[in-house]
Every structure is written in structure tokens, then in C-alpha cells.
Design a protein around this ligand. Sequence first.
Ligand code: NAD
Ligand code: UDP
Length: 323
Amino acid sequence: MQRVLITGAAGFLGSHLADRFLTEGYEVVGVDNFITGSDQNITNLQEREGFSFLNHDISTPLYVGEELDGVLHFASPASPVDYLELPIQTLKVGSLGTHNMLGLSLAKSARFLLASTSEVYGDPEVHPQTEDYWGNVNPIGLRGVYDEAKRFAEAMTMAYHRYHGVDTRIVRIFNTYGPSMRPADGRVVSNFIVQALRNEPLTIYGDGSQTRSFCYVEDEVDGIFRLFHSDRIEPTNVGNPHEFTISELAQLVIEETGSQSGIESLPLPADDPKVRRPDISVAREILGWEPLTTLHEGLKKTVPYFRNLVETENAQARPLISD
Ligand code: NAD
Ligand code: UDP
């Protein structure tokens, strides 16, 4: 029996990842301080055999008695609305939190996997983004607290690999969506679906011509699971290479929900990347992985989850700037 520790286990991706590792027969120790997580995700996991949980802020050191075979570091505010509200906590969990989790991995001789992000490429001048692109990030801009924390986290991870011999992996995750996102998470897919289900206008920032490439959570977790078990040390893009404008996404969501919603235009946030699409040649070749779920299919699987929340809990979207 192997045991992994997952930080951010009460969050969207961390909870799906914990579920996958439990399904594969691992014991999972989840860690979270609920700063952007949800009780419900932990309640669901606690019903599974082999899951235990520590309520802890990993920006402070964490001592674990049990042996660990892996540490997967997913704790961090991830929605722009969250990290703009939590700039210091975001910088701390990316820097101090990553340092603490690398120290834990070293002490336990555990494999370490960092959840990095397409945001390390910033507002990219290379399109689609390949792993060897160094990025175009404004270090002192509002988004810099997240982007630079993740860039530091990658540097720290490589330093622990090179100087301490820790067995490390780095996944650069591109926009992922699916059930168990918070309705008020603030990211575009959850905002649009909740707004559409409530027949409220969909809030498009700017002219809606900016692009993103959306990956369904089951595909994303499968790519991460494969990367964890591979020999690949260098950062690896894991995302869906099909690119959509934000206006196209809004239209798809309105169709899928059968909504009467119109559109509300809001200002484009500073430094909002104009384009984003992963080059996944490395993941295809080394992991034998590519996403299987189209955006249309993924929305079909995601809308019922949000519909239930909107009908039972009066769930609301959380746009960045509202009138
Ligand atoms: P999320 O906000 O749903 O989950 C993050 C979790 O981390 C939350 O449960 C939160 O409470 C916890 N957390 C934050 N700071 C903590 C701390 N100091 N100590 C303990 N727990 C803490 O976000 P998510 O979408 O699940 O993202 C998970 C990870 O994946 C993040 O590291 C994020 O940067 C990365 N990522 C996600 C996406 C995406 O599209 N979902 C894209 C790129 C990168
Ligand atoms: N966006 C939008 N309306 C919303 C939320 C987001 O138009 O209600 C846009 C945002 O400006 C960005 C894209 O959608 O261009 C993706 O935003 P998200 O917050 O999901 O994540 P990002 O990819 O920017 O980290």
C-alpha cells in the first residue's frame, strides 16, 4: 500500500486527485486550511476508505508521523478573484508552502509533484505555449502575486531536485473545469454556468475575443496521475489544446443550459492574457496522454452539478467587477 499527501485536498482539483489516488488503491492524507476550499469536498472524501485529513496552513511547517511515498502540492488560491483578494496568502503558499512541502518530501524520501500553471507564461508572445517558453509576466501587476509565486515554486522545486536529489515533477495546468468547483469560485466557466442557470446576464470582460483552452477535470487528473508515475522531471503542459474565445464559450453555455440570458460587458482586468493554448506534444509523447472530452461534452457533464446547487442553495456567480 502506498501513501500520498495532497495539499489543497478540499479544493476543486485536489479533491478530484484524492479521489483518483484512492480509486487506484493509495492511502491519501489530505491537507487544507479551507481558505478557498469547501467542507463538502472533504465530507465526500471522508466517506472513502484510506482517506485521512489534516486542517493545516502549509505556509507554516507540517510534521507528519506516517511514512509518505508522494507529496502532491495543490494548495493555492487559483481563481483570479481569489488571489486578487488574497495576495499575501497566495505569495506565501507558493513560496513558503512549496518550501515546506519540499522539506517534507526530502525528510520522507517521497516523490514531489508541484501544481504549476499556464500563468507562468503570463500574456504569452509564443502561441501555442511550449514548455521551453520563459513567459511574459508583469512581476508587479495584480496577477503577479500568483504568477511569480508559481515561478518561484518551480525554481524551488528544481533546486531541491538538483541540490537535494528530491524526485520531483512539475505540471503546468491549463484552465480546468468540472463538478465540485465552487459556484462563487469566480472563474469563467463557473460564473457563466451559474449566471445562465439563473437567467442573469453572462459577464464578459473586455470584448470577449481573448482565448482560453478548457480541459475537463477527469482528463486533467488523468494527465497529472500519469505524470506523477513517469520519469519526467522538467515542467510538462497538461491541458486541452482546443482554443475558444470567451464569447464562444458564453454562447456554448447559453445553448447547453437553454438559458434566456443576455451578455453584460465589464472592463477587461489588467494583464489578462489575450491568448492561451497548450502545446501538448511532450505529454502526448512521454505520457501517452491527450484529453478525450470536448468542451461540449464536458459542459454536459458539468451543468447538472451547478443546476443542483442553484436550485437547492441559491448559488451565485462571483464576477470580478460588478456594477
Ligand atoms: P481551489 O481554490 O479550488 O483549491 C485550492 C485549495 O488550496 C483550497 O481548498 C484552499 O483552501 C487550499 N489552500 C490554499 N492555501 C492553503 C494553505 N496555505 N494551506 C492549506 N491549504 C491551502 O483551486 P484549484 O482549481 O483546485 O487549484 C488547485 C491547484 O492547481 C492550485 O495550486 C492552482 O494554482 C493549480 N492550477 C489550477 C488550475 C485550474 O484551472 N483549476 C489551473 C492552473 C493551475
Ligand atoms: N472572464 C470573463 N467573465 C467572467 C470571468 C472571467 O469574461 O465572469 C474572462 C477573463 O477575463 C479571462 C477568461 O475569462 O479572459 C478566463 O478567466 P478565468 O478567471 O477563468 O481564469 P484565467 O484564465 O484568467 O486565469
